[in-house]
Design a protein around this ligand. Structure first.
Ligand SMILES: Cc1cc2nc3c(=O)[nH]c(=O)nc-3n(C[C@H](O)[C@H](O)[C@H](O)COP(=O)(O)OP(=O)(O)OC[C@H]3O[C@@H](n4cnc5c(N)ncnc54)[C@H](O)[C@@H]3O)c2cc1C
Length: 312
């Protein structure tokens, strides 16, 4: 980096932005002012620096989920045998249903070479309303019969908690200004896809676009909002804004508690009954189906959910 005139400062917190009028001209860290032609604000979901620029930060509970995760150490051979893995292969499992007690969210488990990462993601707004603690739900998840044998004998090496932006609609006009660009989670560039959380790819892409826009500005010798707005054009022409547009209706459905309680209970109950061997004569599958359907949400409700599903 030194050869091309750059340097990296790690383990330092940026305390505030330096502004001259509307223009951002640098940052302050530990009492020291560092000036720059452009500041890229990529501070993640909390957006405490972006707040100085009028961002709606920190995000509201309805716009975020909280994830709690443990990294559990186990010998590599043990992980390979428990998950039937070979060589550099890994396994990733996703869970939803009873483990979140009706709170929109889910669980995840993936293998590393010598550890297992296991966690639970919960919509903050519903979690607060439920008065449950994420730790209590994580312990419940770990004690499920399908999870316990996978982690037994392991040693907890790390515990972490982090917010995930789920539905932040930050006006794109706020993402650039005179002397600054906002990228990644700080810019609300993340997507809850229901089955997966996306944000890493968008953070990387927005970082690349920020660099390209700054290069253009550097060539023109002009770091104004108008020139840095190339960043927005690049986001607009990329998968980032397109995917956020394509899946804009997903958030409404993903908030629906029925998805995490009633529907999984119906599916599990129906399949448990048709696979079980009963003491007496077995009822027809159609009767089992109708018996479970009587417990289903009302028909108009299910149609509404189906219509919402059809929009994503
Ligand atoms: C449990 C979990 C699972 C996820 N799974 C996936 C997944 O499978 N796929 C996917 O694409 N995405 C996933 N994501 C989302 C993804 O991690 C984020 O979208 C991505 O990391 C955002 O990158 P970022 O650089 O914008 O922010 P961050 O990764 O949050 O990085 C911001 C950095 O800035 C630092 N910082 C903050 N404030 C300051 C300050 N004032 N001064 C100095 N430094 C500061 C922070 O310490 C942090 O290191 C997941 C997130 C979580 C929590």
């Amino acid at each position: 980096m030194g050869e091309v005139g750059g340097f990296v400062v790690t383990q330092k917190r940026v305390d505030s932005l330096v502004r001259e009028g509307k223009k951002v001209v640098g940052i302050v860290s530990d009492g020291e002012e560092i000036r720059a032609k452009v500041v890229v604000i990529a501070e993640g979901v909390l957006g405490l620096l972006a707040k100085e620029l009028g961002f709606p930060s920190p995000p509201a509970p309805r716009d975020v989920a909280v994830a709690v995760k443990e990294v559990i150490e186990l010998p590599r051979g043990e992980i390979e045998s428990r998950f039937s893995l070979e060589g550099e292969d890994g396994a990733a499992h996703l869970f939803f249903g009873a483990l979140t007690s009706g709170i929109p969210g889910g669980g995840f488990l993936y293998t590393n070479l010598e550890s297992i990462s296991l966690g639970i993601v919960l919509r903050m707004e519903s979690l607060l309303a439920s008065q449950r603690s994420p730790q209590e739900l994580l312990e419940g998840f770990k004690s499920r019969e399908e999870i316990t044998p996978l982690i037994s004998g392991g040693k907890i090496a790390e515990y972490g908690a982090h917010l995930i932006p789920e539905a932040r609609k930050i006006p794109s006009g706020l993402l650039v200004g005179d002397g600054y660009i906002v990228a990644g989670d700080a810019a609300g560039l993340a997507l809850n896809m229901g089955v997966t959380v996306r944000g890493m790819d968008m953070a990387i892409a927005s970082g690349v676009f920020a660099a390209k826009a700054i290069l253009q500005a550097h060539k023109k010798g002009d770091y104004s909002k108008e020139v840095l707005a190339d960043y927005l054009k690049m986001l607009g022409n990329s998968f980032v804004f397109e995917d956020m547009q394509t899946f804009k209706h997903l958030d409404k459905l993903a908030r629906e508690p029925r998805l995490y309680r009633e529907y999984p209970e119906l599916a599990v109950g129906f399949f448990r009954d048709i696979f079980s061997v009963s003491k007496g004569p077995k009822e027809r599958f159609s009767r089992t189906f109708m018996r479970w359907m009587r417990r289903a949400p009302s028909f108009p409700r299910m149609m509404r959910d189906l219509l919402d599903l059809g929009r994503i």
